[in-house]
Structures are given as C-alpha cells and as structure tokens.
Design a protein around this ligand. Sequence first.
Ligand code: UD1
Ligand code: CA
Length: 458
Amino acid sequence: MAAPFTVLIMAAGHGTRMRSDTPKVLHRIAGKSLVGWVVDAAREAGADRVVAVVRAGDGVADGLPEGVECIEQREGEGTGAAVLAAREAVPGEGAVVVLSGDQPLVTAEQLDGLLAEHAERGAAATVLTTDRIDPAGYGRVVRDGDGHVETIFETKHSEGLTPEQLAVREVNLGTYAFDASLLFDALDRVELEDGESYLTRVLPVLRQNGGTIAAHITDDADAAIGVNDRAALMAAEEAAQRRLIEEHARAGVTFLHPGTTRVEADVTIGRDTTIGPGTVLEGSTTIGEGCEIGPHTTVRDGTVHDGAKLIHAFVLEAEVGRGATVGPFAYLRPGTTVGEGAKIGTFVEVKNSDIGAGAKVPHLSYIGDADVGENSNLGASTITANYDGQKKHRTKVGKSVKTSVHTSLVAPVTVGDRAYTGAGSAITKDVPDGALAIARERQKNIEGYADRKEDSQK
Ligand code: UD1
Ligand code: CA
C-alpha cells in the first residue's frame, strides 16, 4: 500500500475551444464527465483526498462527483496559478499528485507507477510522459545525461523553437507527483509568460533548488488525450469505448460488432451475454448473464435479468425479467416491469405497467398504467385507454386472461382472472372472473347491397 496522498485536479476555466455553454471538464465521454473519469482514476489508485480547482461561478463545482473538495482559483491564469490556489488546501508535506481535469483516460495503474517512481527516485517532482503519440502542441520533455528531466517546453506556438526542439518526441501528459513541501515556494518564483503561469515552469526551479525531476514513461497513449476541443472529445470517446468494451469482453461478454456498439461507463453486463450490432447501453443499465441484446437495441437506466432477449428494442427506466423477450420494434417506457418469461412483441409500447410472468403482449399494442396478471395473453392491438383527457387511470387484467384482437380497455377497469374479451370490444365495465365480455355492435348483413348500389349508379 502506498502512503496516503492527496490528488489535486486542475479543472478551472471554460475551455473556449469547446465552443460550448458547458465548462470543458463537464463534457462527457461514455456518459461520465471528463473530470469524473479523473476522479475515479485517483480514487482507484488510493487517493485519500481529491481536491478540484475551479473558478467561481463556472458551474464545475456542481458537476463534481460526491466527496470531491473544491477550491476556487481566484487569481492568475494558467496551470501554475491553478496549483497555487490550492496551497492552503493540501498538506504541507508528502506527495501531492496533480492531474488535469481534461485528461480523462489517465489510469490508476499509471498513477501507481508515477508514485512508485517518485518514491524510488526521492524526487522533488515526477512527470508522466509518453513517446507514443504525435507530439504536436504538447509540452516536450528535455532530459539530461542521467535521464532526469531538465525542463519541459511548450509547443502550442511553435515560432522560435529550433528543429532539434521540435524533434523531441517525449511529451508531458499533464500528470505529476510533487513533494508538497517544495512545490508551493518554487511556484512563487515562476515567472509569467504571456500573462500565464505555467506549472511546467516549476520544474527548472525545483532542479535549481537541488531537487531531482523524474519522469515515468507510459506506453498507454490514451492517457495523452487532452480534451481541448470537440475533435479531441471524439477521440477520447472512441478510446473510452475501446477500453470499456474490452473490459466487458475480458469479463465474458461477446460483442458482435463493437464498432457500432456504445456502452457507457456505469453499465454492468453479465457473462455469456451477447451484444449485437447497433446496441447502446446507457446510464445505470444492468444486463444479466446469458442475455441476447440487439441488434439495434437501446437500454437507458434499465435492468435486464438473466437470459432475456431484446431485439430492436428501446428500453427506458424499465425492467425485463429473466428469460423474457422484447421486440422486434418494442418500446418500454419508465416504470414498466416485464415478468419472468413474458413476451413483449412487435410494435408494442408499454408504459408504467406490470406485465406478469409468462404474460404475452405479442403485436401492435399500447399498454399504459396497467397491471397484467401471469400468463395472460393480450390479443393483437389490445390497447389501454388510460387517459380520459384529464387524468390517467389504471387497468387491471387478472391471471390467464385472453383478450381478443382490437380490445380497448377503457380505464379504470378490471378484467377478472381467466376472463375473455370478444374481438373489437371496448371494455368499459369490469369483467368478472372467467367471463367472456363482448362489447361491440352486433353484426348486421344487408343482402344485395352491392347490386343495388351499382343499379343506382347507372
Ligand atoms: C498542458 C501542459 C502541457 C501538456 C498538456 C497535456 C502546461 C503549461 N502545459 O497544456 O505541457 O503537454 O497539458 O495535455 O501545464 N486549468 C486550470 N486553471 C487555469 C488553466 C488551466 O485549472 O488557469 C486546467 C484546465 O481546466 C485543464 C488543465 O488545467 O483541465 C490543463 O490546462 P490546459 O490549458 O488544457 O493545458 P494545455 O495547454 O493542454
Ligand atoms: Ca489540455
């Protein structure tokens, strides 16, 4: 176990290149804010405190995960000013890890490696670096003959930089471990450049003071994705998807077409489940074991139990029971529970309803605000009229009921256990257990109608 350490996340500022009303670090990849990813990595690495630097009124404080402390950067511009703002908030000694709120894919393993290197070298500062990406625009790392870091220079603006400087491939990932007892006094001595204080400029100062600057180099270039604009946001989303889908795959999930599948960060999926093309799993969705999800299925904040099958389905805040089937072309809306082994079929919409175990709603139905008992079968185009224009009412359908095609259940209404309805019935009154309810005009046949019509048109 590493010694306790504080993580400081630089998360202030709007990020104007995002061209957005939302502050940069609150943009999301795989459904989780950029800064949320960074917080999770810090906690997974064992940080005992996570402190975020924000600007007053930038809205970031409200978007942070629970338990993250917030301090405001009131003075100065730049990453150096961001860290200085935290002077009073971090302990005066031990290691402080400084992360960038816009580098979402830094991992706990990388932070472990950074801290181990930092301790091993007895360094004043240790920088996470990589040489596995196009270095354009990144801060570049200059090492001395012993492999220690001399300095980092910025390359956002390349004028005045020599070809040798621009040939440096090792870049700064904006992820650091510092000896807290040396950091802040050294930062006081950093000079402004273009009105900004660069955190990277603290490294030569620490070195002048006799400290060692170490670098921990990583091959995982995803951590290098710094989201400064929406093109980078896309790259981060893609990398996050690759990472998440690979994790699920290693845990026993089959993805038939990962390139068209999107799985958000908080989704859980059981083993031996197969995810088909065009499938989107979002929010707090939980999928059980041995399920078949997709093709072309979306589940948002839903729960799907073991062995269920969803084909061309859209499921929103609804629960699908063990072994149940949904779709193709079905829409489950909030508050719906589909019981074990039940079937929701083609062109069916269900809202705020309880569909009992083994019940079937196979074709062309709207079931809203209803409780449907076990093993009932709602014939094609059975519809609940749940709304009288002012209020919604519930429909209760008992166990083992069989409604015939085109039944309208006009709520509030109750259909008893084992009851039947006739085709085309508009059921407005309760139906007793075991009864057949027919509620439609009797058919009348008018003989010779066609002949008479033709005669009249002559
Ligand atoms: C920074 C590094 C660069 C590194 C790159 C990695 C500096 C000077 N440069 O550049 O060497 O290669 O990250 O992606 O540090 N922030 C504040 N307050 C501020 C300014 C920024 O909190 O006043 C936060 C931002 O919200 C952001 C992070 O600090 O999350 C990094 O700032 P940014 O301006 O994106 O730095 P880069 O130019 O990307
Ligand atoms: Ca950045």
